[in-house]
Design a protein around this ligand. Structure first.
Ligand code: TXA
Ligand code: MG
Length: 331
């Protein structure tokens, strides 16, 4: 088994050299850690599918550091796509465009479209710049598991399976980028993220979210996703948690939710008293909920908890992305 090199953020050059030689390196972005490989090297791309155990029909996102790189990757960038790119790049937005023939078929799972993103994380940008080519980067987790929001989570899933990991800070957002398909008649949000539906609408007008037809155009969304080993059960409110949890639990469970009110501490105390063996996390904001979710899943798994209770939130703004991950994790 190869060893996975831990690379400090002062040595991004070493990571870039591994990528230039056709290796795989995980690196931080503002959303989640990505597992990088040279987007123009089919052998390097294959290594990513093997390391992740990823189905080959799930296409990858190509990451760039400068707009000039886009010409070699995509063509027919519509005015609508241009608007989105101008407004939200660099940032947590992935745009699906018509593919250029130079991009290997394994990147796009044989589709005639390609997903592209320009991250804003300075370490990610430096890595892509120094590598001097586009970088494919799926989330750096074993396929089906919660995405990695820290380098330690990457190591947990992929140690010995990848060539290196850039040991940067935990990610700022904690959920994967918003994916918007701009290649059809109308724009469609294929995956919700921190660039919200409202923000996209403010930029380009009406946009729909994935229907089953659109999901066929994003094969990856069909697969098992975001799941901890523990069973995930959703509940509506901390006040209505009791009927979900059958017993004042002997069995240790995880409980996560969000409450910005002044009664937060009181609720935390009440729950802890009633469920003394539970791991409890009550976030102060939706941002914190989004940023804590995958980390909490992994924490509960490390404690071998059997069930994680997650509070549902309003499906608007960032809440849509949270609900999307919660729903899939609970399936
Ligand atoms: O935030 C992110 O996007 C992270 C970081 C590392 O950039 N990456 C990420 O990659 O989440 P991954 O592979 O875990 O998710 C890529 C998503 C999948 O749902 C995939 O189906 C979709 O993007 N996708 C990729 N190419 C596509 C295409 N040509 N058409 C439609 N959907 C596509
Ligand atoms: Mg993923």
């Amino acid at each position: 088994m190869p060893t996975t090199k831990r690379i400090g953020i002062d040595h991004v050059k070493i990571a870039a050299e591994i990528l230039r030689q056709g290796g795989t390196v995980a690196f931080p972005t503002e959303t989640v850690y990505g597992l990088g490989a040279d987007a123009l090297n089919p052998e390097a791309i294959d290594k990513i599918f093997v390391a992740k155990g990823r189905p080959s029909d799930n296409p990858l996102i190509v990451h760039i550091a400068a707009l000039e790189q886009l010409d070699a990757i995509a063509h027919a960038v519509t005015p609508l796509a241009k608007n989105l790119i101008e407004r939200y790049w660099p940032g947590p937005l992935t745009v699906v465009l018509k593919k250029s023939p130079d991009i290997p078929a394994s990147v796009t799972a044989g589709l005639d479209t390609v997903a592209v993103r320009m991250p804003e994380d300075p370490i990610a940008i430096e890595l892509i710049r120094l590598t001097d080519r586009p970088i494919v980067a799926p989330s750096a987790n074993r396929s089906g598991r919660p995405s990695a929001t820290s380098w330690q989570a990457v190591v947990e899933d992929l140690d010995g399976l990848i060539d290196g990991v850039l040991c940067g800070p935990p990610t700022r957002i904690g959920l994967e980028s918003t994916v918007v398909d701009t290649t059809g008649k109308w724009p469609i949000i294929l995956r919700h993220g921190a660039i919200t539906q409202e923000m996209i609408q403010a930029c380009i007008g009406n946009v729909s979210t994935a229907t089953s037809d659109a999901q066929r155009r994003s094969p990856g969304t069909r697969h098992r996703h975001y799941q901890p080993r523990a069973r995930v059960v959703l509940f509506k409110d901390f006040l209505t948690l009791d009927p979900v949890l059958p017993d004042p639990a002997e069995i240790p469970v995880g409980i996560i939710g969000c409450r910005d009110d002044s009664d937060r501490a009181e609720i935390q105390n009440r729950l802890q008293k009633r469920y003394p063996h539970a791991e409890i996390k009550i976030c102060r904001s939706m941002d914190e909920y989004a940023n804590s979710l995958f980390e909490f899943f992994r924490h509960c798994d490390s404690l071998k908890l059997q069930t994680i209770f997650c509070q549902q939130v309003d499906s608007s703004g960032l809440g849509r992305a949270i609900m999307d991950r919660l729903t899939r994790a609970s399936q």
